[in-house]
Design a protein around this ligand. Structure first.
Ligand SMILES: Cc1ncc(COP(=O)(O)O)c(C=O)c1O
Length: 400
């Protein structure tokens, strides 16, 4: 007899990305030449997971006691301070208004935002190309996803559609929680320009008195973008401080190439001290009510690479090498993909190629040993996992 409640007995059991990648690995093991552009982890040119050596060392040096002990419910204070600095550098407006809790990766941060900033049954708002687990997280917590058109006719972020989406949410549910994943948006690869950030700020300011608006920026890939200063976009957001709630989903998964460590944080900026305290209490309650506390050893290791000057510069150098490798692939893709239709791609783990019949195209490519993920009328390509030498074959296959 099935004892699951009805709402939970129709859950899909297969993940398309995992299924495709398993097939790619099986065929490669059987001797076939395969290009596997499905998995969102940075691989080296030999197809092995790229690990940042300084981070691996810091993890090995964590004490047995740190691995064994519980952590504070909200996360270790030194870790939270280090994350706030990593998010904002020395921008006092953001730093002084920030409160943070440790979460199980960026995913945990998204989860806390969903349950604390919209009511059960309500929808978060995001671009119509979005990272699939936003919908999974929303459904798991009795929420939904509503979208607006990602790109306008000129290929820029459709800020007008964003504004209309915010209006819809405010009208229908009296509040709006907007998720923007930038830079290096998953899945499109798009990074917003300063002009686009300014326009988003203006759109939100224009509506700030109409109801509570919360903007969550999903920073999963923020250290892999093309900007000289990965925190530069914050200057465009400064006028929003105190007018809308600003949340940052911070994750060590990509920044430190430690996907399995499950270290992340949700940072909330509330200039008003009472609002900040109330927010901190709500987020701490969410931690207690889900995972209780996060991995103390993981936080200890990441705190050291964020704060010990020698380790920090060694880690930054390791990451710079990883980012250079990724940039070589990005440039190789832009070179080889001439004639294909895809958004401006300046850096990041993924890019999306638009295609009228994406499912059929992906199936053709798969037959030829090239694996990509079909998503509606587009194909997601994990450039992060494709060797530079394989990029031309990947691009040719996209044209086949
Ligand atoms: C857009 C985006 N947000 C958030 C995450 C969260 O990752 P994690 O929970 O591993 O930190 C990912 C991971 O792939 C992602 O692609």
């Amino acid at each position: 007899m099935l004892r699951l409640i009805p709402a939970r007995s129709q859950r899909p059991s297969e993940d398309i990305i995992f299924t495709l990648s398993t097939e790619a690995q099986r065929r490669r093991a059987a001797g076939e030449s395969i290009v596997n552009a499905t998995l969102g982890a940075l691989l080296d040119e030999d197809g092995r997971l790229l690990v940042l050596p300084t981070v691996a060392r810091a993890i090995r040096e964590v004490t047995d006691e740190d691995w064994a002990a519980y952590a504070p419910i909200s996360g270790a204070p030194a870790f939270l301070d280090a994350v706030i600095t990593d998010c904002f550098g020395n921008r006092p407006g953001f730093r002084e208004s920030a409160t943070a809790v440790a979460t199980t990766g960026g995913t945990g941060a998204l989860r806390h935002a969903l349950v604390n900033y919209i009511e059960a049954g309500q929808a978060l708002l995001t671009t119509d190309y979005f990272w699939g687990p936003y919908a999974t997280l929303a459904a798991e917590h009795g929420r939904r996803v509503e979208t607006f058109r990602t790109f306008d006719e000129s290929g820029s972020l459709d800020v007008e559609a964003l504004g209309a989406g915010v209006d819809r949410c405010l009208a229908a549910q009296g509040r709006c929680l907007l998720f923007l994943n930038d830079p290096c948006h998953n899945p499109t690869g798009y990074s917003m320009s300063r002009t686009e950030w300014d326009a988003v700020t203006q759109a939100l300011l224009a509506r700030a008195d109409e109801g509570p608006i919360t903007l969550l920026i999903d920073l999963a890939y923020f250290l892999y973008g093309a900007a000289d200063d990965p925190r530069g976009f914050l200057d465009a957001l400064e006028p929003l401080l105190g007018r809308v709630s600003l949340l940052f989903a911070w994750s060590a998964s990509k920044s430190f190439a430690q996907y399995g460590l499950r270290v992340g944080a949700l940072v909330a900026c509330e200039p008003d001290p009472t609002a900040r305290e109330t927010t901190a209490a709500a987020l701490a309650f969410s931690c207690r009510g889900t995972w209780s506390n996060c991995n103390r050893g993981g936080m200890a290791a990441i705190t050291r690479v964020l704060t010990d000057p020698t380790l920090k510069s060694a880690c930054d150098a390791d990451r710079e090498q990883a980012r250079d490798l990724l940039m070589r692939r990005v440039h190789a893709f832009n070179e080889a993909a001439k004639g294909l239709s895809y958004p401006r791609y300046e850096g990041g783990f993924f890019v999306t190629v638009f295609h009228d019949d994406a499912a059929a195209q992906a199936a053709r490519m798969r037959e030829a040993g090239v694996f990509v993920v079909p998503l509606g009328s587009a194909l997601r390509i994990a450039v992060c996992s494709v060797a530079v030498r394989d990029v031309p074959r990947l691009a040719d296959s996209l044209r086949s």
